[in-house]
Design a protein around this ligand. Sequence first.
Ligand SMILES: [Zn+2]
Length: 462
Amino acid sequence: MKITRLFVCLLLLFLAPSQSTFAADTATAGAGWKVGLSQVRVTPAHPVVMSGYGGRTKPFEGVAGDLYVKALVIEDAEGHRAAIVTSDLLGFSAAVAEPICEEINTKTGLKRDQILLTSSHTHAGPMLSLNPADQTGVAEGEALRSVAYTKLLQQKVVEVVTEAAAKLEPAHFSFGSGVINFAMNRREFTPTGIILGVNPRGLADRSVPVLRIDTPDGNPRAVLFGAAVHNTTLGGDNYQICGDYAGFTQAYIDEQLPGVQAMFVLGCAGDANPYPRGTMEITRQHGEALGKEVCRVLETKLRPISGPMKVAFDQVALPLQTNFTREQLESLTANKRSAQAFCATKMLAALDRGEKLLTHYDAPVTVWQFGDDLTMVALSGEVVVDYVTLLEKALGPNKLWLAAYANDVFGYLPSARVLAEGGYETRGLYSGGAGFFAPQAEETLVKKVRKLAGKAGRKLPE
Ligand SMILES: [Zn+2]
């Protein structure tokens, strides 16, 4: 080892000046960062109702895999900070997320636009709710237990970010991409309409973004990685707490790289399911497949990621359809099994209370820009895959990480195409209000992301 180093040093002495400059540049590329890491187990200690599938009104019966909330706080050489939280949970609604961000601000000084709360969207985790009345079909005692769990969880998220922010250490960032093969578009076209099924010819984002975080001497400390597949390998008949495939992936990486904090970020998975699905064994297989791919990418030649870091955050007013008559809403509620019935029922109740229908929904959008090297866009809601193509066109396809299910999971965010075709993703808001997105929401969102990316310093195509 020492001999090799000596040889390299001697070699550098004889290199032309321009090449020496290059060597110095590559040595500093990806450096200058500081990170703080922390994680906490959030597996419910007491039986609580699970969330993600309608109809599960009794508590979980066992634990197949622990759930975690993990924090990564980043600081660039100029002192700009940002924090990302990943979690094995269904999703943070604005009602749950905003008090967390306020408390993090009090404890760490990190402002709202510097905080990114994400969730893996596991459907084998606990219900998150601060209001027992929101938990349809759940007995009052169970609903109160969910509220207690949610309050405790909020505290834990604040604590984990505060801990991470208090122990920043020098780090080196690098980035690469891999691919997975279990992503399946789930909008199946049938003679009687679009169902939640399998559509092998449909689009799915199979990319696996991987951000490797090392100590300055090259030892891995953390990996932030993504996939754009619903965490729904386990179905509604499952009563075991589990992080689904993403939970198994993190466990696999823990096993392969002890001490390295593995953090999962979900992409535009609104209309993508794992394939196949249905059993714990398949869930483990998908998890390990993704874990192996992340570990493989970590060993490839990664691109250094330099600072400075710039964040841009804003709410975008996404237009909702306002031209509903009471009769139209009533016909949507007539079929209780239709995807639109839940939202239409809430809209009718609003009309009954003498309220006007909502005209738009304020959806948070975050953009993180890492020097000229990487842009991470974090959308809120369950974003369908069409936005991958739309945003690649609006922002340029390179050096781009597209994440979703961040900050506020209010419902599906369909594209204009999906709205025109129909299907499950057109079911409307399920939290933070009631309404169905209008086709114009697509253009409004894409324009906003482009504006924020430009503000954060991404070089945009004409
Ligand atoms: Zn979903």
